[in-house]
Write a protein that binds this ligand. Sequence first.
Ligand code: ATP
Length: 239
Amino acid sequence: MTAESLLSVQGLSASYGAVRALDGVSLDIPERGLCAVLGANGAGKTTLLRTLTGLHRASAGKVLFAGEDITRLPTEKVITRGLAHVPEGGGVIVELTVEENLRLGALWRSDRRDRTTFDEVMDLFPPLVERRNKTASTLSGGERQMLAIGRALMARPKALLLDEPSLGLAPLVTKQIFTLLRDLRDRTGLTVVLVEQNAAGALSVTDHGYVLNQGSVAAEGPSDGLLADDRTRHAYLGF
Ligand code: ATP
Protein backbone atom coordinates (compact mmCIF):
# COMPACT_ATOMS: atom_id res chain seq x y z
CA MET A 1 0.00 0.00 0.00
CA THR A 2 1.36 3.44 -0.85
CA ALA A 3 1.30 5.93 2.01
CA GLU A 4 -1.46 8.06 0.53
CA SER A 5 -3.72 5.28 -0.79
CA LEU A 6 -7.25 5.27 0.63
CA LEU A 7 -8.29 1.96 -0.93
CA SER A 8 -5.70 -0.75 -1.34
CA VAL A 9 -6.69 -4.06 -2.90
CA GLN A 10 -4.05 -6.75 -2.58
CA GLY A 11 -4.17 -9.99 -4.55
CA LEU A 12 -7.96 -10.25 -4.39
CA SER A 13 -9.58 -13.42 -5.73
CA ALA A 14 -13.23 -14.48 -5.80
CA SER A 15 -15.17 -17.32 -7.39
CA TYR A 16 -18.68 -18.49 -8.17
CA GLY A 17 -18.36 -22.24 -7.63
CA ALA A 18 -15.79 -23.39 -10.18
CA VAL A 19 -15.81 -20.03 -12.03
CA ARG A 20 -12.89 -17.85 -10.93
CA ALA A 21 -14.18 -14.29 -11.46
CA LEU A 22 -11.25 -12.44 -9.82
CA ASP A 23 -7.73 -13.77 -9.85
CA GLY A 24 -5.21 -11.85 -7.76
CA VAL A 25 -6.37 -8.29 -8.45
CA SER A 26 -4.31 -5.48 -6.89
CA LEU A 27 -5.24 -1.79 -7.05
CA ASP A 28 -4.18 1.31 -5.14
CA ILE A 29 -6.56 4.25 -5.15
CA PRO A 30 -5.36 7.47 -3.53
CA GLU A 31 -7.54 9.79 -1.50
CA ARG A 32 -9.35 12.20 -3.89
CA GLY A 33 -8.53 9.82 -6.75
CA LEU A 34 -10.90 9.47 -9.70
CA CYS A 35 -10.18 6.08 -11.12
CA ALA A 36 -11.69 3.96 -13.93
CA VAL A 37 -11.97 0.17 -13.84
CA LEU A 38 -12.52 -1.07 -17.38
CA GLY A 39 -12.88 -4.33 -19.23
CA ALA A 40 -15.15 -6.37 -21.46
CA ASN A 41 -18.28 -8.26 -20.42
CA GLY A 42 -17.39 -10.85 -17.83
CA ALA A 43 -13.96 -9.35 -17.03
CA GLY A 44 -14.83 -9.28 -13.31
CA LYS A 45 -15.70 -5.61 -12.76
CA THR A 46 -18.99 -6.15 -10.95
CA THR A 47 -17.53 -8.97 -8.89
CA LEU A 48 -14.70 -6.65 -7.84
CA LEU A 49 -17.12 -4.01 -6.54
CA ARG A 50 -19.31 -6.59 -4.83
CA THR A 51 -16.28 -8.14 -3.14
CA LEU A 52 -14.99 -4.74 -1.99
CA THR A 53 -18.30 -3.99 -0.30
CA GLY A 54 -18.79 -7.38 1.34
CA LEU A 55 -21.62 -8.51 -0.94
CA HIS A 56 -19.44 -11.34 -2.25
CA ARG A 57 -16.85 -13.23 -0.24
CA ALA A 58 -13.16 -13.05 -1.24
CA SER A 59 -11.43 -16.41 -1.53
CA ALA A 60 -7.97 -14.83 -1.18
CA GLY A 61 -6.34 -11.44 -0.80
CA LYS A 62 -7.01 -8.36 1.23
CA VAL A 63 -8.90 -5.06 1.06
CA LEU A 64 -7.55 -2.18 3.12
CA PHE A 65 -9.64 0.97 3.46
CA ALA A 66 -8.14 3.97 5.24
CA GLY A 67 -5.57 1.53 6.61
CA GLU A 68 -8.12 -0.91 8.07
CA ASP A 69 -8.55 -4.48 6.85
CA ILE A 70 -12.21 -4.60 5.73
CA THR A 71 -11.98 -7.85 3.72
CA ARG A 72 -14.39 -9.77 5.91
CA LEU A 73 -16.61 -6.97 7.20
CA PRO A 74 -20.34 -7.24 6.51
CA THR A 75 -21.70 -4.70 4.02
CA GLU A 76 -23.36 -2.39 6.58
CA LYS A 77 -20.04 -2.04 8.41
CA VAL A 78 -18.22 -1.35 5.13
CA ILE A 79 -20.73 1.45 4.50
CA THR A 80 -20.26 2.95 7.95
CA ARG A 81 -16.47 2.92 7.37
CA GLY A 82 -17.10 5.22 4.38
CA LEU A 83 -17.23 3.03 1.28
CA ALA A 84 -20.48 3.46 -0.70
CA HIS A 85 -21.60 1.46 -3.73
CA VAL A 86 -23.95 2.50 -6.52
CA PRO A 87 -24.95 -0.81 -8.14
CA GLU A 88 -25.53 -1.37 -11.84
CA GLY A 89 -28.85 0.23 -12.80
CA GLY A 90 -28.69 2.46 -9.69
CA GLY A 91 -31.11 0.39 -7.64
CA VAL A 92 -33.49 3.25 -6.87
CA ILE A 93 -36.93 2.18 -5.65
CA VAL A 94 -39.32 3.53 -8.26
CA GLU A 95 -42.40 3.42 -5.98
CA LEU A 96 -40.75 5.74 -3.44
CA THR A 97 -40.33 9.49 -3.82
CA VAL A 98 -37.01 11.17 -4.52
CA GLU A 99 -36.76 12.26 -0.88
CA GLU A 100 -37.65 8.79 0.45
CA ASN A 101 -34.99 7.21 -1.78
CA LEU A 102 -32.39 9.70 -0.56
CA ARG A 103 -33.26 9.10 3.09
CA LEU A 104 -32.72 5.36 2.63
CA GLY A 105 -29.07 6.19 1.96
CA ALA A 106 -28.68 7.47 5.52
CA LEU A 107 -30.08 4.30 7.09
CA TRP A 108 -26.78 3.17 8.62
CA ARG A 109 -25.92 6.61 10.01
CA SER A 110 -26.60 7.20 13.69
CA ASP A 111 -27.30 10.91 12.97
CA ARG A 112 -29.61 10.16 10.05
CA ARG A 113 -32.17 12.80 11.08
CA ASP A 114 -29.57 15.52 10.62
CA ARG A 115 -30.79 17.85 7.85
CA THR A 116 -27.38 19.11 6.70
CA THR A 117 -26.43 16.14 4.55
CA PHE A 118 -29.86 16.03 2.91
CA ASP A 119 -29.68 19.73 2.02
CA GLU A 120 -26.09 19.37 0.76
CA VAL A 121 -27.01 16.45 -1.46
CA MET A 122 -30.03 18.31 -2.86
CA ASP A 123 -27.75 21.26 -3.65
CA LEU A 124 -25.54 18.99 -5.75
CA PHE A 125 -28.44 17.85 -7.95
CA PRO A 126 -30.70 20.79 -8.92
CA PRO A 127 -32.92 18.60 -11.17
CA LEU A 128 -33.91 16.57 -8.11
CA VAL A 129 -35.01 19.56 -6.05
CA GLU A 130 -38.23 20.21 -7.94
CA ARG A 131 -38.93 16.45 -8.10
CA ARG A 132 -38.42 15.96 -4.39
CA ASN A 133 -41.96 14.69 -3.72
CA LYS A 134 -42.43 12.83 -7.01
CA THR A 135 -41.91 9.10 -7.23
CA ALA A 136 -38.65 7.93 -8.80
CA SER A 137 -40.71 6.31 -11.59
CA THR A 138 -41.27 9.82 -13.03
CA LEU A 139 -37.52 10.50 -13.43
CA SER A 140 -35.50 10.20 -16.65
CA GLY A 141 -32.62 7.70 -16.83
CA GLY A 142 -30.05 10.41 -16.08
CA GLU A 143 -32.06 11.75 -13.13
CA ARG A 144 -32.40 8.22 -11.71
CA GLN A 145 -28.64 7.83 -11.90
CA MET A 146 -28.26 11.19 -10.08
CA LEU A 147 -30.68 9.95 -7.44
CA ALA A 148 -28.68 6.74 -7.02
CA ILE A 149 -25.48 8.76 -6.59
CA GLY A 150 -27.24 11.16 -4.20
CA ARG A 151 -28.54 8.27 -2.13
CA ALA A 152 -25.01 6.86 -1.82
CA LEU A 153 -23.74 10.31 -0.74
CA MET A 154 -26.32 10.40 2.06
CA ALA A 155 -24.11 7.86 3.88
CA ARG A 156 -21.36 10.54 3.93
CA PRO A 157 -18.83 8.25 2.26
CA LYS A 158 -15.10 8.83 1.81
CA ALA A 159 -15.19 6.83 -1.43
CA LEU A 160 -17.87 6.06 -3.98
CA LEU A 161 -17.86 2.95 -6.15
CA LEU A 162 -20.08 3.12 -9.24
CA ASP A 163 -21.04 0.16 -11.41
CA GLU A 164 -21.61 1.27 -15.02
CA PRO A 165 -23.56 4.47 -14.41
CA SER A 166 -23.71 5.05 -18.19
CA LEU A 167 -25.72 1.89 -18.84
CA GLY A 168 -28.80 2.72 -20.94
CA LEU A 169 -28.07 6.45 -21.03
CA ALA A 170 -27.77 8.59 -24.16
CA PRO A 171 -24.19 9.78 -24.92
CA LEU A 172 -24.92 13.36 -23.87
CA VAL A 173 -26.44 12.27 -20.55
CA THR A 174 -23.50 9.90 -19.96
CA LYS A 175 -21.16 12.84 -20.44
CA GLN A 176 -23.17 14.88 -17.90
CA ILE A 177 -22.96 12.09 -15.32
CA PHE A 178 -19.20 11.62 -15.85
CA THR A 179 -18.63 15.39 -15.57
CA LEU A 180 -20.77 15.48 -12.45
CA LEU A 181 -18.55 12.81 -10.87
CA ARG A 182 -15.42 14.81 -11.63
CA ASP A 183 -17.00 18.00 -10.23
CA LEU A 184 -18.04 16.08 -7.14
CA ARG A 185 -14.47 14.90 -6.59
CA ASP A 186 -13.09 18.39 -7.22
CA ARG A 187 -15.61 20.11 -4.93
CA THR A 188 -15.88 17.65 -2.06
CA GLY A 189 -12.64 15.65 -2.15
CA LEU A 190 -14.56 12.40 -2.56
CA THR A 191 -12.62 9.44 -3.95
CA VAL A 192 -14.41 7.87 -6.94
CA VAL A 193 -14.02 4.45 -8.57
CA LEU A 194 -15.89 4.26 -11.84
CA VAL A 195 -16.52 0.80 -13.33
CA GLU A 196 -17.38 1.22 -16.99
CA GLN A 197 -17.72 -0.54 -20.33
CA ASN A 198 -17.66 2.93 -21.94
CA ALA A 199 -13.88 2.98 -21.75
CA ALA A 200 -13.28 6.03 -23.95
CA GLY A 201 -15.73 8.17 -21.97
CA ALA A 202 -14.45 6.97 -18.60
CA LEU A 203 -10.77 7.50 -19.50
CA SER A 204 -11.49 11.01 -20.73
CA VAL A 205 -12.79 12.03 -17.28
CA THR A 206 -10.64 10.01 -14.83
CA ASP A 207 -7.01 10.38 -13.65
CA HIS A 208 -6.03 6.74 -13.63
CA GLY A 209 -7.35 3.51 -15.10
CA TYR A 210 -7.17 -0.22 -14.49
CA VAL A 211 -8.08 -2.69 -17.23
CA LEU A 212 -9.42 -6.07 -16.14
CA ASN A 213 -9.27 -9.11 -18.39
CA GLN A 214 -10.54 -12.50 -17.25
CA GLY A 215 -10.35 -11.52 -13.61
CA SER A 216 -6.83 -10.05 -13.66
CA VAL A 217 -5.35 -6.58 -14.15
CA ALA A 218 -4.10 -6.58 -17.76
CA ALA A 219 -3.02 -2.93 -17.87
CA GLU A 220 -3.01 0.14 -15.67
CA GLY A 221 -1.74 3.68 -15.74
CA PRO A 222 -2.69 7.32 -16.09
CA SER A 223 -5.92 7.62 -18.08
CA ASP A 224 -4.41 9.78 -20.83
CA GLY A 225 -1.65 7.20 -21.29
CA LEU A 226 -4.18 4.36 -21.61
CA LEU A 227 -6.19 6.42 -24.09
CA ALA A 228 -3.07 6.85 -26.21
CA ASP A 229 -1.99 3.21 -25.91
CA ASP A 230 -3.17 1.54 -29.15
CA ARG A 231 -2.24 -1.97 -28.03
CA THR A 232 -4.30 -1.81 -24.81
CA ARG A 233 -7.21 -0.09 -26.54
CA HIS A 234 -7.38 -2.68 -29.32
CA ALA A 235 -6.72 -5.72 -27.13
CA TYR A 236 -9.04 -4.96 -24.22
CA LEU A 237 -11.11 -1.85 -24.66
CA GLY A 238 -12.68 -2.31 -28.09
CA PHE A 239 -11.97 1.11 -29.58
P1 ATP B 1 -20.46 -7.13 -17.12
O1 ATP B 1 -19.87 -5.92 -17.72
O2 ATP B 1 -21.13 -8.02 -18.10
O3 ATP B 1 -21.29 -6.85 -15.89
P2 ATP B 1 -18.23 -7.81 -15.43
O4 ATP B 1 -16.88 -7.37 -15.90
O5 ATP B 1 -18.89 -6.97 -14.41
O6 ATP B 1 -19.18 -8.01 -16.67
P3 ATP B 1 -18.69 -10.01 -13.67
O7 ATP B 1 -20.17 -9.82 -13.73
O8 ATP B 1 -17.98 -9.67 -12.44
O9 ATP B 1 -18.01 -9.28 -14.90
O10 ATP B 1 -18.41 -11.54 -14.05
C1 ATP B 1 -17.10 -12.15 -13.95
C2 ATP B 1 -17.23 -13.63 -14.24
O11 ATP B 1 -18.00 -14.26 -13.23
C3 ATP B 1 -17.90 -13.99 -15.55
O12 ATP B 1 -17.29 -15.13 -16.08
C4 ATP B 1 -19.33 -14.28 -15.15
O13 ATP B 1 -19.92 -15.18 -16.06
C5 ATP B 1 -19.14 -14.91 -13.78
N1 ATP B 1 -20.29 -14.65 -12.91
C6 ATP B 1 -20.75 -13.44 -12.52
N2 ATP B 1 -21.80 -13.58 -11.69
C7 ATP B 1 -22.00 -14.91 -11.54
C8 ATP B 1 -22.92 -15.70 -10.78
N3 ATP B 1 -23.86 -15.14 -10.01
N4 ATP B 1 -22.83 -17.03 -10.89
C9 ATP B 1 -21.87 -17.61 -11.66
N5 ATP B 1 -20.97 -16.93 -12.38
C10 ATP B 1 -21.02 -15.60 -12.32
